[in-house]
Ligand binder design. Structure first.
Ligand SMILES: Cc1ncc(COP(=O)(O)O)c(C=O)c1O
Length: 393
């Protein structure tokens, strides 16, 4: 019965994310094994105290009612000030849409724009929800390869070849999930050269842009003035402020676009939880010691973990420039990425995500999230090495 009611597009929608793998690894934990969890892209830190306190204070002072659909003005002001400074934008609060997590920005934008037959260029490998959502909306995902030997950046010529009259949207994500790749200023300028003057929408997913290691500065696509009118920036609090469970994110969009998205917001969430928005103001305007400490820890873990992976025979891993993911090449194991992930879970109780989950160009890799303690990472390295040793390659 239900089968006949469900839309065809939804029947074909599958998302293999850390949540599913975590579920799968539960069976081993129930049998008494200690699983090292490297599957979920989630900070292992708790939300900084000052933010928690601001949330509690807002709750106690009665911020428990509906908020405006686009977000409370003081938060939109705080976000606008922040993005103008950090991303070099020229936004006003009218360009800010606050949402429960950053994902709704992706969802609303696609629901609002993609029509059957529209092509959407997506990074490949790429965040697990981009392609399924494009397809659900009736669009056609077109894979833009990110290559290991190019630091998991795209090549402008590859992008140029994919653009045609059916191209409706291009998604960029920097720093990048799952590879940790980072777009350079040259990449952003190349995009501008290709897209200024077209009516192609740019969706720039910048959720990891505070997690950059080394000297390279993030360059937001929205900072190119000529692109501002065709760019939707997605960002949020989940990663930088360890606030995944609060569900607080935002978009920086052309004002006219927000007017079109507003009915979708009203019809789905009404608004983002009011007291949580007050915590968001504290996150942006209060002490930045919390994120600073976390980012230093990620950098330290990255250096340790990538060195360790590269010391394991048959693996090699590009040094990620941002986010908290390692994306080692596992072709030396002579298995598919699914087989390798299954083998490591079964043999070593290491939970990871097969590269194939991230699209066509993800095959041959595994994703490990290193947002966990160094002790766990050390244990993971030992177990991975010993499991690979047993393969007698
Ligand atoms: C690339 C990317 N974009 C967006 C998100 C969504 O974040 P949020 O938890 O704020 O919805 C994630 C979370 O994993 C992500 O990896």
């Amino acid at each position: 019965m239900i089968e006949t009611l469900i839309k065809e597009n939804l029947k074909h929608m599958t998302i293999i994310s850390g949540f599913e793998i975590k579920q799968k690894s539960k069976a081993y934990e129930e049998a008494g094994h200690k699983v090292v969890h490297l599957e979920l892209g989630e900070p292992d830190f708790n939300t900084p105290e000052n933010i928690v306190e601001a949330g509690i204070k807002a709750l106690r002072s009665g911020q428990t009612h509906y908020a405006p659909a686009t977000g409370i003005l003081p938060l939109r002001q705080a976000i606008s000030t922040y993005v103008n400074k950090y991303k070099h934008l020229t936004s006003t609060p009218d360009n800010i849409l606050v949402t429960p997590g950053a994902k709704p920005i992706l969802f609303y934008t696609m629901m609002a724009t993609i029509q059957p037959g529209d092509e959407v260029i997506v990074p490949s490998p790429g965040f697990v929800v981009y392609e399924p959502l494009v397809k659900y909306c009736g669009g056609i995902p077109v894979a833009l390869p990110l290559k290991e030997d190019y630091g998991f950046r795209f090549h402008p010529d590859d992008l140029k070849k994919l653009i045609n009259k059916n191209t409706k949207m291009i998604i960029f994500n920097s720093p990048h999930n799952p590879t940790g790749g980072l777009m350079t200023k040259e990449d952003v300028l190349a995009v501008a050269e290709l897209l200024v003057g077209t009516n192609i929408l740019i969706l720039s997913d910048e959720i990891y842009d505070r997690m950059i290691y080394g000297d390279t500065k993030p360059v937001s696509l929205g900072s190119i003035n000529e692109l501002a009118d065709q760019t939707v920036i997605l960002d949020g609090f989940s990663k930088t402020y360890a606030m995944t469970g609060w569900r607080l994110g935002y978009g920086v969009l052309p004002k006219r676009m927000i007017q079109y998205l507003q009915p979708l917001v009203v019809a789905s969430n009404s608004c983002t939880a009011t007291f949580i928005q007050y915590a968001g103001i504290e996150a942006l305007q209060g002490s930045q010691e919390g994120p600073k400490t976390m980012i230093q820890a990620y950098q330290d873990r990255r250096d340790f973990f990538i060195k360790g992976l590269n010391a394991i025979p048959h693996l090699r891993c590009v040094m990620p420039q941002g986010a908290f993911y390692a994306f080692p090449n596992i072709t030396g194991l002579k298995m598919t990425s699914q087989e390798a992930a299954d083998y490591l879970l079964e043999e070593a109780k290491i939970a990871s995500i097969p590269g194939s989950s991230f699209g066509q160009y993800g095959e041959g890799y595994l994703r490990f999230a290193y947002a966990t303690s160094k002790e766990n990472l050390a244990e993971a390295l030992d177990r991975i090495e010993s499991a690979i040793g047993k393969l007698h390659l």
